[in-house]
Design a protein around this ligand. Structure first.
Ligand code: E4P
Length: 221
């Protein structure tokens, strides 16, 4: 399972990259709006932090031709190559756009997925990644992990190349349980990333090792 950062905040991205080899960054209009920086400045700033790692940028157009035009403009304006994924919500026009964008040579991440069938249909339409929203499902008394698990099984069963990029996590347990489904990738907030990387028993163990080691580790480093 690979790990991406779900944030448009460059300080957070830099902080994560310093400590962990994330595979890329996912953004959406709400994350970008939260930073209060226009897209024309926000994406280059993110690219400065991540180099040629994956970047997923969501389209906001309504109809398929406009989504295709939007994705092509982002590729050109931001000088993106194969690391660019156009994130397309799975509306009716979105499904049409997935095929158009994919046929134009741009990678596609189908997003705003809440059912196994949305994911299977997006995969068949050509999506490289499908992004089910785990916590938002849990919040409507549905079961995010089960939906991810059904998608992973469906993709395997039909031999599709599409990968699952589980999104919308609010805690470590959701990430843990998603990882048991065979999910290919997750995208996590800075906060959930930090929570995954720390454990009080690890800190306690390290303190003990430092105390004991300081008495006998006599090689100068
Ligand atoms: C990522 O691709 C999604 O846009 C994001 O994870 C949604 O997360 P949220 O439910 O925390 O807004």
């Amino acid at each position: 399972m690979i790990y991406l950062a779900d944030t448009a905040n460059c300080d957070q991205i830099r902080d994560l990259i310093k400590y962990y080899p994330i595979e890329g960054v996912t953004t959406n209009p709400s994350l970008l709006a939260h930073e209060g920086i226009p897209l024309s400045k926000a994406i280059p700033a993110i690219l400065d932090c991540i180099g040629d790692k994956m970047i997923h940028i969501q389209t906001i157009s309504e109809n398929a031709e406009d989504i295709l035009r939007e994705a092509k403009i982002y590729r050109e304006v931001f000088g993106l190559k194969s690391n660019f994924y156009a994130k397309i919500p799975v509306t009716r026009e979105g499904y049409r756009a997935i095929s158009l964008v994919k046929d134009s040579g741009i990678n596609v991440t189908a997003t705003a997925i809440f059912t196994q069938q949305q994911a299977m249909m997006a995969a068949n339409a050509g999506a490289d990644f499908v992004a089910p929203y785990v916590n938002r499902l849990d919040n409507i008394v549905s079961h995010g992990i089960e939906v991810v698990s059904d998608i992973v099984k469906g993709i395997k069963m039909y031999g599709l190349k599409t990968r699952v990029l589980a999104a919308s996590f609010k805690n470590v347990d959701q990430v843990y349980r998603v990882s048991l489904t065979g999910c290919h990738s997750v995208t996590l907030s800075h906060e959930v990333f930090l929570a995954l990387m720390s454990h009080p028993m690890t800190d306690r163990g390290v303190q003990d090792f430092e105390r004991d080691g300081s008495q006998i580790y006599d090689i100068k480093i």
